[in-house]
Design a protein around this ligand. Sequence first.
Ligand code: HEC
Length: 272
Amino acid sequence: MPRTIRTLHPGFLAAGFALIVASSLAATSGRQTAAEAVRIDADDIGGVVTGPKGPEAGVWVIAETTGLPTRFVKIVVTDDRGRYVLPDLPKADYDVWVRGYGLVDSPKTKTAPGKIVNLTAVVAPNPRAAAEIYPAGYWLSLLAPPGKNEFPGTGPSGNGIAPNIRSQAEWLRNIKSGGCTACHQLGTKGTREIPKALGTFDSSIAAWDRRIQSGQAGADMVRTINGLGRDRALKQLADWTSNAMSSSPNGTGRTQRRICTTKSLPIAAIPH
Ligand code: HEC
């Protein structure tokens, strides 16, 4: 930082040093000072998020209320010193909590605008628990397509892949942009977990066969599955939810959280 300031007017230089001194003081004297450094108005909630290793950078802080005419949620990301400000909140009581890569959701704190609320990030006990909040695309990436050498498909009496699906890329395109994902994401909690309310089934394949018939778009979903080759598409989906997902997902943690301070990743930050 001094290198870029050097060419500027000496007054800027002094101001630059003052800033550096102020920020290093705040960093060393810990949470209390950092919390004081968070400035909020009467309609903001702000504070510092701390984890086991100190201030947590790049974690989401979520404020949610059902006290307005519609449910209202505001989400921000902490800065390098773990600070956050949820600005300009309509007057209501809020639940505020922390979500992030490598974490499980922290307990919800009840609060209201105008308050400084310091929060504690909760490290996930295992990668599976941490992955609960990963974006749908992460979960979809665990879906294995049939092998490249299985195309073109040989139909119901062969490998169950439709003969007019000529390559693995075409199979994937049908899942991603041409078929399923043209209507909705795959990998969201609602699509990656088979709800108990759907009933009990002999196999995961049977459960998938039933669930894609759900709702007003059931016929469209069946048509898409048939286009891929029903037997094999159901098998790949069943393998996805019963096998691929129950194995341990890759660990993700502090590094990913830090990335989030500079890039706002499209994490599934909507509470569920
Ligand atoms: C024409 C649009 C459309 C297409 C194409 C489509 N879906 Fe859906 N899907 C929907 C809608 C709408 C719902 C919500 C249904 C309801 O009312 O419950 C849904 C629900 C689902 C559900 C949740 C069902 C439940 O209640 O458990 C799954 C899983 C699902 N879709 C998978 C797929 C797969 C896999 C494909 C591709 C083979 C696909 N969908 C293609 C529109 C579509």
